[in-house]
Design a protein around this ligand. Structure first.
Ligand SMILES: Nc1ncnc2c1ncn2[C@@H]1O[C@H](COP(=O)(O)OP(=O)(O)OP(=O)(O)O)[C@@H](O)[C@H]1O
Length: 466
C-alpha cells in the first residue's frame, strides 16, 4: 500500500491545553498513521508529556479534537480508549509477581484462565522475559521491570502503545539494548507506537517520524533524515545534533555571505540581501593544513578525541566553528576549511528583532511586557497615543544577575551559540518571550532581571490588521 493511502489512527486537530494562565499546548495538529513509530521530541517543559496524556485520556484538551481509529475520543475516559501507556517509572504493582502484574488487565476483563496464560506467556516472550513469571517484581533490575511494564501494556493488544520516556531511568548500556528491542517489538507487533523523549539520538534511532516540539508548539514533523538534514529553523538544527549556526545574509539565489565572504549554496527563494541563519554540521566541514584551497582559514583552539572522531574548535574571522574529523589538528595549528554548497543549510530567520505589542502613554512613556518604560521622545503626529508596536534589537536587551534590579524578571529558556555570541530566549514573567544577543554566559533556567535603555526602544504605528 502507498504511504499516503494508510489511514491515520490518531488525529489531533487544533488541540490546545491551558493550565490556568499557562499554555502548555498551542494549536497542535498531528496525524499519525497506523503502524507508525512516531516520536515526540523536545526539551523539558515543551509539552510532550501533556500531548501524550491527552491522547491517553489522563487529561482533557482545553480546545480541539482528538480522534483515534476514526472515533472522536476527546472526552472518552482512558480505559475506554484503544491505547495503553508505558511510563518512565515502571508503575508495577509491588505486591504482585510478574505473571499477575501482566495478567492484571486480562483478569479484570474476566478472560478465561487458559487465554490469560497463553497471552501472558506470549507477552513475556516478546519482551525476552520467558521463565520470569513467578519472580517478585521487586527482585528485578530496572531494565527487567520496564520489560514487564511493556509486557503488561502489550498483553491487552492495544491499537496504540504510548510510551512516556520509558528508558529514561535506565543506564546507557541498558538503554541502547532496550532501544533495539523496542524497535524489534514494534516490527513484530505491527501496532502504532507514540514515543516521548527529550533524547534526540533515541528519536533518530527509533522513529519513522519525529515531531519536534518547543514551547507547546510543533516546530517540524518529518523522517529522521529530513529533520537532521533539513531542519526548518535554528531551534530544530540545534536540538537535533550539534551544529554551527551563524548569522548570514542571502545575497541572492544560491549565494550566501558569512565570515566576510560569499559562499555558493543550493538554496533559493529568500530574496536579495536577506538576513538568514546559516547552519553547517561539524562533520560537513573539511579541515586540512592551511593552503590556497581553503575557503576559510583559522586557528585550532582545542582538540578532543570523541571515541571515533576528533572534535576541534577552530577560531575563524571571530567565529568559533566546531569541526569533526578522523584526523587530529592540535591546538594552535593554522588550518584551512572547505564546505560544499550542498552542506550549507540556509534557514529563514523567524525574527530580526523583538517586536512587542504596547501602548504609548505619552511622548516619552510606553507600556509593554507588563511594565511602563521610558522611551526616546516620540513624534505624536506620526505615532498617535494608544496601541503601538515596540521594536527592540536583540543586542539591546540587558540581562542582570540580580533579578530584582531589572524592570521585569524572567528565566533563560533556550541558548543558541551562534559562533561569536549567544542568542537566548528568555521567558519573561509577563509570559512573553524576549530574545537576547549577548556575549555573557548564562545557563538554562537562570533567573534574570531584564532592562532596556530608553534610546533602544523604537515605537511605531500598529498597522490595522486586515
Ligand atoms: N498539571 C499541571 N498544572 C500546571 N502546569 C502544568 C501541569 N502539567 C504540565 N504543566 C506545565 O505545562 C508545560 C508542559 O509540561 P509537560 O510535562 O507536558 O512538558 P514535557 O515536555 O513533557 O517536559 P518534561 O520532559 O520535563 O516532562 C510545563 O511548563 C509544565 O510546567
Amino acid at each position: 500500500m502507498m504511504q499516503s493511502e494508510i489511514k491515520p489512527i490518531i488525529e489531533v486537530k487544533g488541540v490546545s491545553k491551558f493550565f490556568g494562565e499557562k499554555t502548555a499546548l498551542d494549536n497542535i495538529n498531528l496525524s499519525i498513521k497506523k503502524g507508525e513509530f512516531v516520536t515526540i521530541l523536545g526539551p523539558s517543559g515543551c509539552g510532550k508529556t501533556t500531548l501524550l496524556r491527552l491522547i491517553a485520556g489522563f487529561q482533557t484538551a482545553s480546545e480541539g479534537v482528538i480522534r483515534i481509529a476514526g472515533e472522536e475520543i476527546t472526552q472518552t475516559p482512558p480505559h475506554k480508549r484503544p491505547v495503553n501507556t508505558v511510563f518512565q517509572k515502571y508503575a508495577l504493582f509491588p505486591h504482585l509477581n510478574v505473571y499477575d502484574n501482566i495478567a492484571f488487565g486480562l483478569k479484570l476483563k474476566k478472560k478465561p484462565k487458559d487465554t490469560v496464560l497463553k497471552k501472558v506467556k506470549a507477552a513475556l516472550k516478546m519482551v525476552g522475559m520467558t521463565d520470569y513469571e513467578y519472580r517478585d517484581v521487586n527482585s528485578l533490575s530496572g531494565g527487567q521491570q520496564q520489560r514487564v511494564a511493556i509486557a503488561r501494556a502489550i498483553v491487552n493488544e492495544p491499537e496504540v502503545l504510548l510510551l512516556d520516556e520509558p528508558l529514561a531511568a535506565l543506564d546507557l548500556k541498558m538503554r541502547k539494548d532496550m532501544q533495539m528491542e523496542l524497535k524489534e517489538m514494534h516490527k513484530t507487533l505491527g501496532i502504532t507506537f507514540v514515543y516521548v523523549t527529550h533524547d534526540q539520538e533515541e528519536a533518530l534511532t527509533l522513529s519513522d517520524t519525529i515531531v519536534v516540539m518547543s514551547e507547546g508548539r510543533i516546530q517540524q514533523i518529518g523522517t529522521p533524515t529530513d529533520i537532521y538534514n533539513e531542519p526548518i529553523n535554528s531551534f530544530v538544527a540545534d536540538f537535533i545534533g550539534e551544529s554551527n549556526i551563524l548569522n548570514g545574509v542571502m545575497v541572492k539565489d544560491k549565494l550566501v555571505h558569512f565570515c566576510d565572504r560569499d559562499f555558493e549554496c543550493v538554496d533559493e527563494g529568500f530574496g536579495e540581501n536577506t538576513p538568514v541563519d546559516v547552519v553547517i554540521r561539524p562533520e560537513d566541514l573539511y579541515i586540512f593544513p592551511v593552503s590556497d584551497m581553503a575557503q576559510l582559514r583559522g586557528t585550532v583552539q582545542s582538540c578532543i578525541f570523541k571515541g571515533v572522531h576528533y572534535e576541534m574548535v577552530v577560531l575563524c574571522h571571530g567565529y568559533e566553528f566546531v569541526v569533526q574529523d578522523y584526523h587530529a589538528f592540535k591546538a594552535g595549528t593554522e588550518v584551512g576549511m572547505l564546505v560544499k554548497p550542498f552542506d550549507i543549510h540556509i534557514m529563514k530567520k523567524e525574527r530580526i528583532c523583538n517586536t512587542f505589542e504596547g501602548k504609548l502613554i505619552d511622548e516619552t512613556h510606553v507600556e509593554f511586557l507588563g511594565c511602563e518604560f521610558e522611551c526616546a521622545p516620540v513624534d505624536l503626529q506620526k505615532v498617535p497615543l494608544g496601541d503601538v508596536l515596540v521594536d527592540v534589537d536583540f543586542g539591546k536587551i540587558n540581562l542582570l544577575d540580580n533579578a530584582e534590579d531589572g524592570m521585569l524578571t524572567g528565566e533563560v529558556k533556550f541558548i543558541l551559540y551562534k559562533g561569536n555570541h549567544y542568542h537566548l530566549t528568555v521567558w519573561s514573567d509577563w509570559d512573553e518571550n524576549v530574545f537576547v544577543d549577548t556575549n555573557d554566559v548564562w545557563d538554562d533556567g537562570d533567573r534574570v532581571g531584564i532592562s532596556i535603555a530608553p534610546e533602544d526602544i523604537r515605537v511605531r504605528v500598529k498597522q490595522e490588521e486586515r
